[in-house]
Design a protein around this ligand. Sequence first.
Ligand SMILES: Cc1cc2nc3c(=O)[nH]c(=O)nc-3n(C[C@H](O)[C@H](O)[C@H](O)COP(=O)(O)OP(=O)(O)OC[C@H]3O[C@@H](n4cnc5c(N)ncnc54)[C@H](O)[C@@H]3O)c2cc1C
Length: 206
Amino acid sequence: MKPVDVIIIGGGVGGLTCAMTICSAVNKSWFGKRRVHIIDDGQSDLSKAQLYNAPGVAIGASGTETLEHMRRQVDQYQIATFHQGSVVAAKRAADHWTLHLQDDRIMTSRVIVMATGYKRWELQGLPDPPIRHPRGGKADRIMLEHDGVYRIEDGLYVAGLLGGGSSQFAIAAGIGAQVGVEILSLWAGKRTHVHDVPNPSDTPPV
Ligand SMILES: Cc1cc2nc3c(=O)[nH]c(=O)nc-3n(C[C@H](O)[C@H](O)[C@H](O)COP(=O)(O)OP(=O)(O)OC[C@H]3O[C@@H](n4cnc5c(N)ncnc54)[C@H](O)[C@@H]3O)c2cc1C
């Protein structure tokens, strides 16, 4: 089985933001034919929220509709693929990871991003277990230790609240975007980011 380029485990706020940031570089010359995979089991904390303080989100939007909107933002890029499922174990080989899902599927990837939130931990096989989250508010909140820019080791990143941020939409999204930029910078071979601007040839909206 040929490893894919990147698998994001967890399709909540951090994971989806990481995915859309990576996908948005699809037209860069160095991006090549890379693809982004997201595995999620549908339990984002955001689905319980109603949002008044999430920047850029319509005032009073439900968390569920915001998640759907973020899914559509990822879906606009044909290089993104969603998989419904729970990852239960990860095993490292020299240049890739093998992921085992609860339903016995197996997937392999060169890079994995852990974006599973700060409340649950079922995954066996990572180098270190989670530690207590220092900004989580409650004793059972968790995070994974990293190098300061969310890299745990080569090919292994953490995004969203599991990266140690406080529980706000903007913070979880911001960590996801930063991880996306870190991965893009690695692929580009230089520091990079993605800024879109209006395209003058676009037909204006009527
Ligand atoms: C009741 C409530 C109200 C809130 N209100 C607000 C608010 O008003 N404003 C605000 O800014 N923030 C609010 N938040 C916080 C916001 O929802 C979180 O900060 C945000 O969802 C965290 O993003 P995350 O990506 O870290 O985790 P999540 O969004 O929780 O995403 C984690 C994802 O990982 C998946 N997952 C976990 N383990 C696995 C696995 N092994 N395999 C596959 N998938 C897995 C889960 O199904 C989930 O979809 C609220 C939270 C709650 C609970």
